[in-house]
Write a protein that binds this ligand. Structure first.
Ligand SMILES: Nc1ncnc2c1ncn2[C@@H]1O[C@H](COP(=O)(O)OP(=O)(O)O)[C@@H](O)[C@H]1O
Ligand SMILES: [Mg+2]
Length: 372
């Protein structure tokens, strides 16, 4: 009964609850120690003095005791309230920030100095706030970009159609080609939108359903798909794949390898063949796709796995900057990692995944260099 009623009797705020609990402990401690001192003093005086003096002594002592006990209790409560409030400050700020965040307001990072559990909580909260802010800015930028990009071809098409309708101009082959180019641009932009959806889909879909497959079969299947494109572009291709049975999600991994080969062909710029290798290293399997390609600067290499990132040299070609972001997502869902090694013109994309479902170690660079 009392157990059920107790929480409703306690104050609602955590600070006050903590103050109340501490105050009880302090009061009990002061009363017990005060009473012990009083009893001890009386005992000593009883043995030393006359009855009358003893009575007076006890009364005076008791009076002083109450006064001091009262002062100490008030002092102790005030001090401990001050310290508790100080300790609780970050938590109070965190609650206030969460409330504002929920209401859609912009939230500043909460400041903290030391490293405790509370600070760790605040650190993660700050990270979350920053990530949300980043997403918001990126989404806003995408929307602005898209509406701007859509407007131009639509305005062009509209203008030409109006001119044709009113007879200001007459249609010829060149004009129809220009109109078709504009409508193709619109279609490619719509495809871009579809890819964003695809990325969200990949992020939401967990490639948890893994099965034991022969990696050689997966890689060979993907390579076969690109045979005609390679022939058409006159690019040679070599492969060196170790047989290995491995636990993966075949659909996901097919997409990763396919994205890497597609990029190697799309951005190819050289004379040497594109190479694909598959090697076992301890408990991991490394798939690498190498080839000469358009320039990727050192700085750009840090960003190419990010959504919508495209290097300066490829900015003019059609692409969405999502293939590598999608691949990274899938590889990480396999507890693996993906990275690039490049001198600027010769690029090697390396995927490392654990053979069974355990986490993969980062493979050292010397081993990766030997792959080529
Ligand atoms: N093999 C490659 N050679 C040169 N540049 C590449 C290669 N692979 C990727 N890149 C660069 O990384 C960018 C991101 O690639 P990706 O995420 O597949 O998007 P997309 O191919 O749609 O642009 C590309 O735009 C290109 O600039
Ligand atoms: Mg690509």
């Amino acid at each position: 009964m009392l157990q059920n009623k107790l929480p409703s009797l306690l104050p609602k705020k955590f600070l006050w609850r903590l103050t109340l609990a501490n105050s009880f402990i302090i009061i009990a401690f002061i009363l017990i120690s005060g009473w012990s001192i009083y009893e001890a003093a009386c005992q000593i005086f009883d043995e030393m003095a006359m009855y009358q003096e003893t009575k007076l002594f006890k009364t005076v002592l008791l009076q002083y005791l109450w006064i001091f006990v009262g002062i100490f209790i008030v002092l102790a409560i005030v001090i401990q309230y001050y310290f508790t409030r100080k300790l609780m400050k970050p938590l109070t700020e965190l609650i206030e920030s969460m409330k504002s965040l929920k209401q859609g307001h912009k939230v500043q990072n909460i400041q903290f100095q030391s490293d405790g559990e509370m600070e760790e909580l605040i650190y993660h909260f700050n990270e979350l706030v920053n990530q949300l802010e980043c997403n918001k800015i990126q989404r806003h930028k995408q929307l602005t970009d898209f509406s701007h990009e859509f407007r131009t071809p639509l305005t062009n098409l509209n203008g030409y159609l109006k001119a044709l309708q009113s007879g200001v101009i007459t249609g010829d082959q060149e004009l129809f080609h220009a109109l078709q180019r504009e409508s193709n641009r619109l279609i490619s932009m719509l495809e871009q939108l579809k890819s964003i959806e695809e990325l969200e889909y990949v992020q939401n879909q967990k490639f948890v359903q893994k099965q034991e497959v022969q990696i050689t079969e997966i890689i060979n299947q993907v390579v076969k798909m690109f045979t005609w494109t390679l022939k058409g572009k006159n690019i040679d291709f070599t492969s060196d794949i170790d047989e290995q049975s491995i636990q993966i999600n075949p659909t996901g991994m097919t997409q990763v390898i396919s994205n890497l080969i597609d990029n190697a062909i799309r951005y190819y710029d050289g004379i040497y063949p594109i190479q694909i290798t598959g090697k076992r290293k301890d408990e991991s399997y490394c798939i690498s796709v190498s080839g000469q390609g358009q320039f990727i600067s050192k700085n750009e290499q840090d960003f190419i796995f990010e959504r919508f990132y495209r290097t300066e040299s490829t900015n003019k070609t059609i692409g969405k900057g999502l293939g590598l972001a999608i691949s990274k997502e899938i590889v990480e869902q396999h507890d693996g990692n993906i990275r690039i090694m490049s001198d600027g013109y010769n690029h090697t994309f390396i995927v490392t995944i654990p053979i069974s479902s355990k986490k993969v170690k980062r493979i050292d660079a010397s081993f990766l260099e030997n792959l080529n």
